[in-house]
Design a protein around this ligand. Structure first.
Ligand code: PEP
Ligand code: MN
Length: 339
């Protein structure tokens, strides 16, 4: 249930409502919004008795929340959320481009790629220092050395950085060096990791699990918000289906629906979604046309020699073309308006 406070209600009145929710055996979670102050009641197993809360000073109304995910839903938070990262705002009316190699590589090569993707229009640089690989014999990432390189990208090239955190024990260390913590598809339901990143409050990019439904994905995001972190960005990256003509099946069906269900920004990663360099651009166009708030792509100056995922890594010139595609697509009428 959501308790909506009257305009001009006092802090004391809000505190009293939170205390009453606690007395009823539930957990109150304040929800910030531009136009209203609200308190979400969580931890209830059945319907919450609203009568007492309804007549408390400062309370405008109590509305039931029908979805199992609450804090991520538009019922609780109607306006689009934007996540501010190094001066760039992700979500709302902005189209965000995240680009860079699959993995952090040598310092000089990584800095050179970062400079080029910045010139081509990237807002944020991507590269994994810790790589979750299917095979234990594949390149596992440069680890701490990679984090130091990412810090140099941030400081010297001036691009905010996103990189994956694969384990709770690494969360603080990765957060010190990067602007956004990526939760990879394989960890989408690592609830200990989600809770830890919720507590850290550092921006999180949550990739959709390899076989996760929309509801499971949103519930994973709910873990982050319930633990206190409102800075969450979703990223569709393809799901496993019967088809064997692409690495995954990029599920663009999910984009307009996710945008309807949640206020969180929704990005698309066509690189992992399709898995072949020549098809990334068409899927990138389609993702933007379906209403994505932006794209995350594997981009390199020398894609054939990328340390990992070379076959799906596009050249920086192709990336520049996608940025141009986006400016043409942005002339279409917006599919969604805030709430
Ligand atoms: C990645 O973006 O580097 C990655 C490993 O992606 P995913 O978790 O979607 O496979
Ligand atoms: Mn990759």
């Amino acid at each position: 249930m959501l308790v909506i406070m009257r305009k001009g209600s006092t802090e004391k009145e809000c505190d009293a409502v939170e205390e009453q929710i606690q007395r009823m055996g539930y957990t109150p979670l304040p929800v910030s919004g531009e136009n209203r102050t609200a308190i979400c009641v969580t931890g209830n197993k059945g319907p919450v008795e609203a009568a007492f809360l309804n007549q408390m000073p400062g309370v405008l109304e109590c509305i039931p929340v029908t979805k199992p995910y609450k804090l991520v839903s538009r019922e609780v938070h109607p306006e689009d959320t934007t996540v501010l990262v190094g001066g760039h705002s992700i979500g709302g009316a902005t189209t965000t481009f995240i680009a860079g190699p699959c993995s952090v590589e040598t310092e000089s090569r990584t800095l050179a790629v970062a400079q080029k993707v910045k010139e081509a229009g990237a807002h944020i640089f991507r590269a994994g220092a810790y790589k979750p690989r299917t095979s234990p014999y594949s390149f596992q990432g440069l680890g701490e050395e990679g984090l130091l390189t990412l810090k140099r990208v941030r400081d010297e090239i001036g691009l905010p950085v996103v990189s994956e955190v694969i384990d709770t024990s690494l969360a603080e260390k990765v957060a010190e060096h990067v602007d956004i913590l990526q939760v990879g598809a394989r960890n989408m339901q690592n609830f200990a990791l989600l809770t830890k990143l919720g507590e850290l409050k550092h921006p999180v990019l949550l990739k959709r699990g390899i076989a996760a439904t929309l509801e499971e994905w949103l519930m994973a995001a709910e873990y982050l918000l319930a633990a206190g972190n409102p800075n969450v960005i979703l990223c569709e990256r393809g799901v496993r289906t019967f088809n064997n003509h692409s690495r995954n099946t990029l599920d663009l069906n999910v984009v307009p629906l996710a945008r309807k269900m949640t206020h969180l920004p929704v990005l698309v990663d066509p690189s992992h979604g399709v898995g072949q360099r020549d098809r990334v651009r068409p899927l990138a166009r389609a993702a933007l046309a379906s209403g994505a708030h932006g794209l995350m792509m594997e981009v390199h100056t020398h894609p054939d020699t990328a340390y990992s995922d070379a076959h799906q890594t596009i050249h920086v010139e192709t990336f520049a073309g996608i940025v141009k595609d986006a400016s043409i697509l942005s002339q279409l009428d917006p599919l969604f308006s805030e709430s």
